[in-house]
Design a protein. Sequence first.
Lengths: 392, 646
Amino acid sequence: MRTDVMTSEAPADLAGLTGKRFSLRPVDYLWWALLLGGFGFVYLNYRHNLNGYEWIIFSCSTLALGYAGTAWTEFRRLLLIVAVLALLSIQLYDATLARAGERFLLQYFLASQSAVMWMSFLFVLATLSYFFALFTGSAFSAAVGTGLTWTGAAMGLTGLLVRWHESYLISPEMGHIPVSNLYEVFILFCVITAIIYLYYERRYRIRALGGFVLLVISAAVGFLLWYTFDRGAHEIQPLVPALQSYWMKIHVPANFIGYGCFSIAAMLGLAYLARGDDANPRPLLARLPVRAEIDDIMYKAIALGFAFFTVATILGSLWAAEAWGGYWSWDPKETWALIVWLNYAAWLHMRISRNWQGPAMAAWAIIGLFVTLFAFLGVNMFLSGLHSYGEL
Amino acid sequence: MLGFLGSMNLAVTLLVALALASVIGTILKQNEPYQNYIVKFGPFWHGIFEKLGLYDIYSSSWFILILAFLVTTTSICLYRNTPRILASLKQYREDMLEQQLVNMADHSRHRTSVAHDEAVATLAHSFRSLGFRTRTKRHGETTTVAAMKGAANRYGYLFTHCAVVIICIGGFLDSNVPLKVRTLQGSLQAETREIPVSRIPDRSKLPVDNSSFRASVSIPEGRATRAAFVNLGAGYLVQPLPFTIQLEEFRVEHYPSGQPRSFESDLVIQDGSQRIEQTIAVNHPLSYKGYTIYQASFGDGGSELDFKLHDLASAAVLDHSLKVNGDLVLDHNGVAYRLEMDEFRKFNIFANEDPAIDKKFRDFGPSVNFKVRLKDGRANEYLNYMYPITLEGREFLLSGVRSSLEEDFRYLHIPADDEGSPGRFFSLLNLLHDDARLRRIYAAGQSALLPGNSVDGNITEQDVGNVTLRLIRLFLDGGFPMLQQQIDPAMDEDTARTVNSASMKILRFGLEQAYTASLGDAGLDVAEISERDIQFLNDAIVTLSALHQYGFPYYLQLTGFEHVESSGLQIARAPGAKWVYLGFGLLILGVFFLFYVPHERLWAVIKPAGTGSEMVLAGARTRHSRDFSRYFEQISRTIERSFPAN
Ligand code: HEM
């Protein structure tokens, strides 16, 4: 992805184009020092709590975050803020879960449930700002939308990290990474989708599309709130034995990068259709990018999603081989993952072979979201199988 | 023909067809007992669905056919495209001339004072330092520098599509399609009866050296097996193993909330003289000589339960013992009841709802589930706890009953005595069935009732005894409602109320007397009846009133158990797995190459112009032209700057 770096910082001469991919600045060194310092701290203090595979995952995640944080400074800022907030909450908790109701900052801000509520609120607000900007052309409102989305993502990510810590406070044996049930993965979905969108927003200057993308996040927020208040789903539950595996730590996030991308693609498809053709767009939506550009980003989102979804499905299969005794059992969840995958493989083929663009592909991307949604939610609701956790 | 088979249209059609077929398989529950399907769809549709293979779609012939087609198309596609792709990686297209470059979307023109030869060298060097490989060719006056980068992108196509073929073939090796074929040929037949392995005929047995299978087996603690079972259609096949697997111990560990935290089996593999001991758990299988053994499930391995059956209509108590899944026929006054022992649980942990107890979770101790079936097939299900459970400070033995799975259990609360046993309750019940004894008791105790309590001044002592006895009988037969029914409906309301309250008093008197007597029998000092004893009676009366709805003339009291668990293992041999994993690796690599290593070409045509030269640059990237335009602009700008203008 070298072009990415190059478009953001125009090089002075050819050496700038050719030389090292990143010319590291002092802040970059500081960033890596912090990251490696954190890694070292964990190694020194918690060496025995992680097994070999977990060390591999942890090391790779550290490197990946380091890389992403170097290439994308806003993302780095997000990570740093989240790290500070999470550490602050650990400090405030002081190893006692009951502090959540005693300390002001926890109760209203940093306890995982409060952070998630903030996230929900901020994302909905961001949606409104983006749409206001789209309809009125207010650059300020669009910038506010971006800011709110970043803040929402920060609160969501903080909420997840704090929840992770809280699960250990309940009892050490209950502790687990918060990607184990529908409630937790919905938060993950909101955060990941927002971050991927922010990446495209910066790269392709598409603030006008923010409202559409945030719409799907707001829908997820709506579900999350219903799930919390109606079903009490926010209670931290212990992990069933089948989920006690390092595979979960990578399978689930990889899946959600895929789902996030597919959702973004679908919302871009919606924007594409809603906009009307380039010559005579709908008056309110005339500020949206031209169709060819929307289409291009839609393709990129599906390509990124497809790549991660492929990885996620393969990881799932490897996990199944270890937990269920077979890399493929035609379990409904597995099968639906395959269906999603085949669907996007077909989409990509049509796109490259026929260079199909236009409304049909946009509509197909929207249909793809429903297929994805069924794999993600419908299977848990309507079909039973080995993936019996995370029921509604 | 080859053209059609290798076409992208067919490929997309097949991808979509495969997706749709898979949908059917997830909506229709696969591999259920046929009986369920018949009930659900009726015999007509069942016949059609069965013919279509909808009950085992993923190994039905048409599904396999779609897959086979997909593999074929992909292979043909690969066969046709690979030579072209490999060839194109060698073609730098150094024959491109100025006119062709100018026709490209991304091109630029530059003039420089640098002379032709030097310009060629510098450009080629620049391209190389951008990561391109270059070829230079002279065409008379002018020179073309052609550059190319991102060959991996083209390999991405080869990798992903090879991966699809490899994964499908690997998966096929491990599927049960070969078994299906053999059953169709008749050399293999699934066994449908539940009989010991030794009696299963050879035509239902797979060879020991079968290289690919997925079988399961359930082993009780302390036992061993040399065979496992492969499900096929409505029956199963036996898969003999070349070693014995013995289960030493099975363990379930729980979270404080009672949810299972881990399932573990201590296994011993005995292979000739070789002995391997290993503990397996969910997510931690054991691999031995290409066989992998997984913890798949668990169950009861035939726990031995000892219990007493208290006859609810007489003093009789029967001692029995039964294994889980065993049954027992009881004859009670000419009616046959079959008791089917379904389940034993050692723990029953629930969230605590009793504010008097300072715990988040409570263990209600061991319990048994059993069914009692009548001749006509109707059955009630029961759930009895072994130990008393404290509710509002008193102890009760709980026995739940329900007549269908959809209902919740309704619980009989038998008050427990100081030993935590139902003994005191049953001695009261026994006494209440002993008419002769009751008559004697009432004869002695009447004076207590008569003064001031009389219903009618002319009543005799004999009558009171009879009335009390009759009320007790009615009460035991139908509880309080039965007493209500006895009141003459013609009576006016006031009289009815008086009569009712009188009969309640008499009933209470009768029960109290009997209770006192039964306490006396047990050696208690009846002069010192405590508050607690009164409370016990009140609780007992509630229970007695409900007894007629219990549906089984015995109360089963669990008195002892020997818990034997069994571990459900899955045993697999998957020679295709290594191919599938190879395919996975190729697929991931290929997909990332395809999407994230752009395949790019650059050209420069340099021709002398005066003392300096004129350069035309052009470039292209497969399938990402929008991004490339910006990249190309930067390159051309940078090159512009790095060559001195003239
Ligand atoms: C499950 C089966 C398949 C999968 C998952 C798959 C996947 C892919 C993917 C991800 C791409 C890249 C799309 C892009 O660059 O946007 C691709 C490209 C392509 N696929 Fe497939 N494919 C499959 C089957 C087939 C079949 C059966 C054919 C035969 C007609 C085929 C022919 C092609 C061709 C010609 C390309 C373009 C390659 C290039 O020039 O870069 N694919 N495929």
